[in-house]
Ligand binder design. Structure first.
Ligand code: SF4
Ligand code: SF4
Length: 124
């Protein structure tokens, strides 16, 4: 059973954006999108001199764009089915004692329902 990490969430978000088409995600040339450098589900080898955001900060930036740069809109996002939702505030609920939406993580079918989310390993 796979766990939802920020990087996996981001990757799934990009796949959803491109109709689940891996090739289209790879070919995406919208490099202004905050998810772009991490869209392939791995950290890029080179940043071309740009400062790269962490995975959760990339998701947060994307969510802000999605919500017209209104933080309250992001916090109150009413689309919990969005795979980015658990990480939308720039926090990783997989990390113990880190604020974030642990309940949202549990809603993903590929998470073990009977397992504490805190016990999930973090490797993003
Ligand atoms: S980087 Fe942005 S535009 Fe490109 S596939 Fe991902 S979400 Fe869509
Ligand atoms: S979690 Fe909400 S704010 Fe973030 S991308 Fe999804 S729908 Fe938009």
């Amino acid at each position: 059973m796979k766990n939802l990490t920020p990087l996996r969430s981001l990757r799934k978000g990009c796949l959803h954006c491109m109709g689940e088409n891996y090739n289209q995600v790879e070919a995406c040339h919208l490099d202004a999108c905050p998810l772009h450098p991490l869209r392939l589900g791995r950290k890029p080898k080179s940043s071309n001199g740009k400062k790269l955001l962490t995975t959760v900060k990339s998701i947060k930036a994307h969510c802000l764009e999605c919500s017209a740069f209104n933080k309250a809109e992001v916090r109150n996002c009413n689309i919990p089915d969005c795979v980015l939702y658990p990480f939308r505030m720039g926090k990783n609920p997989n990390i113990k004692n880190r604020k974030g939406n642990r309940e949202a993580l549990r809603n993903y079918s590929f998470l073990p329902k009977n397992k504490s989310v805190q016990a999930i390993s973090v490797h993003n």
